[in-house]
Design a protein around this ligand. Structure first.
Ligand code: BGP
Length: 491
């Protein structure tokens, strides 16, 4: 059993959780810069502070934000993205560690507000463009292919405070201009691009900037529609700028099983997977809204506002490959009442009694990864990249600087075994594996440091205290063997 030659072994990060330097080098403020820290195990949610109707209020970060509210940064409060784990000042050291670990791919994101501080400035911030240029050059010199997410949870705050986020068409124009700028500037340094991170999770305010995003279904659906148009326009423009570009979608692969073999539960499962995943894949891989979504919009009375030519844009702007995160799975039932709910990536779902879970309650389901890879492959026949996967866990830094994270090694090994099976036994065209948070960074869901995914430890706690020194975990040495043996040596 072996992975194809040239398979990409790497790791994944995102600027909003890793980069820091939140106002350095001319950077502007993004939505994630106004989200406070939280604590997942003690159920303290991340918060937003808003001015609304002349009053200051605190809201849970994943709740609805009323129209007219303005989010802001308040003195004296700790905002984890501001320093994050300081890639801004450690990038060279970190990239060298990645190279030592055997990476031939490194997933990172460009911070939109480092290039266009307000999101829609006339000209780009050259300091920001140069910052990433140095990073990509360093990667290339070490044989590492950058995989670049154009927008990973960092919508410029202006679009949320002065408008309605992605529900406003002008955000599509700003995103397109931003994408063209980075495509042109890095056209000889970057080949692999992802348009919008976890586009299927782009529904909450702190990611999409759309206010009243559940109560106002018109704005909610319009916002989603605009992310598709933005992504498709980027694909079209990117292919013109460099025909060798490979531009992919990025979906949070939330796999579901029927809760029981009751046909009603099976149908509920189909509905759930369509709602959460396939709708997003269908539009971006096939180039049009699927029939089940058209029917749903009709039922809801939502009429999407389209511009002439939009249908053609969606068609032409289909992606070159499918990329996704995979952490866990859920179950789906026709009747939810009384059933146990479990936590997960940006959403909750029904629990599965056959699976164990992490300390944060996310189920551990390696076979589920093979199942999802097969479903994606059967549906689209496009190359697939797993661009996030991993176990969020507490680590202990020993006196001698070692970290014994056998739990993380076991998790990754079990998932890689299933990837092998998908390639060897099912013929899935899997081309990359970039596990999440290859170096410790801030959790997106809970805003804490304690939930670590890295193979490199960063000395920093939930309140931002620590030396920021980097230490190699046991998983570092293990993953190096895996990468260097092209997935043969998993011991
Ligand atoms: C995905 C995001 C990442 C990352 C990951 C892990 O949703 O794309 O940004 O954070 O999930 O989630 P968490 O950090 O909440 O554990």
């Amino acid at each position: 059993m072996s992975f194809p030659k040239g398979f990409f072994w790497g790791g994944a990060t995102a600027a909003n959780q890793y980069e820091g330097g939140y106002i350095d080098g001319g950077k502007g403020i993004a939505l994630n810069d106004v989200v406070t820290g939280g604590d997942g195990l003690n159920r303290i949610p991340r918060k937003l502070i808003i001015d609304y109707n002349g009053q200051e209020q605190e809201l849970e970060a994943f709740s609805e934000v009323p129209k007219g509210a303005k989010v802001k940064i308040k003195e004296g409060i700790y905002y984890p993205s501001h320093k994050a784990t300081d890639f801004y000042h450690h990038w060279k050291e970190d990239i060298h560690l990645f190279a030592e670990m055997g990476f031939n791919m490194f997933r990172m994101s460009i911070n939109w507000t480092r290039i266009f501080p307000n999101g829609d400035d006339e000209t780009p911030n050259m300091e920001g463009l140069k910052f990433y240029e140095e990073i990509f050059k360093e990667c290339k010199s070490l044989g590492i292919e950058p995989l670049v997410t154009i927008c990973h949870f960092d919508l410029p705050i202006k679009f949320a405070n002065e408008g309605n986020g992605w529900a406003d068409r002008k955000v599509v124009d700003a995103y397109e201009k931003y994408a063209i700028t980075v495509f042109e500037y890095y056209k000889d340094l970057v080949t692999y691009w992802l348009t919008i991170n976890e586009i299927n999770m782009n529904k909450v305010f702190m990611i999409s900037g759309v206010h009243d995003n559940q109560s106002d279904q018109q704005a909610y659906e319009q916002g989603i529609y605009h992310t598709f148009i933005g992504s498709a326009k980027a694909v079209i423009a990117g292919h013109k700028i460099n025909p060798n570009f490979k531009i992919g979608l990025m979906i949070a692969q939330q796999g579901f099983y029927p809760y029981t073999c009751n046909p009603e539960d099976v149908m509920a499962c189909i509905d759930k997977e369509r709602e959460v995943c396939w709708f997003y894949g269908d539009v971006q891989c096939r180039g049009y809204y699927p029939s089940y979504k058209i029917k749903e919009l009709e039922r809801k009375g939502v009429v999407l506002e389209k511009l002439p030519g939009d249908d053609e844009i969606l068609k032409e702007g289909v992606v070159d490959f499918y990329s996704h995160s995979y952490y866990h799975s859920f179950t789906a039932a026709a009747v939810i009442d009384g059933k146990k709910v479990t936590d997960g990536n940006q959403m909750t779902g029904l629990d599965n009694p056959y699976l164990k879970a992490s300390d944060w309650g996310w189920t551990i389901d390696p076979v589920g990864l093979r199942i999802q890879l097969n479903k994606i492959w059967d549906r689209y026949q496009l190359p697939i990249m797993i661009v996030e996967n991993g176990l969020g866990a507490k680590d202990v830094l020993e006196e001698d600087g070692s970290i014994h994270d056998d739990y993380r090694i076991n998790f990754m090994r079990d998932h890689i075994v299933q990837m092998k099976k998908a390639i060897e036994l099912d013929g899935v065209d899997l081309i990359a594996y970039t596990p999440w948070g290859c170096i410790d960074l801030v959790s997106a869901g809970t805003g804490e440091m304690e939930k670590r995914y890295g193979m490199i430890y960063v000395d920093m706690d939930n309140d931002g205290n620590g030396t920021l020194n980097r230490y190699k975990k046991d998983s570092f040495y293990w993953y190096k063997k895996v990468a260097e043996s092209n997935g043969e040596d998993l011991d």
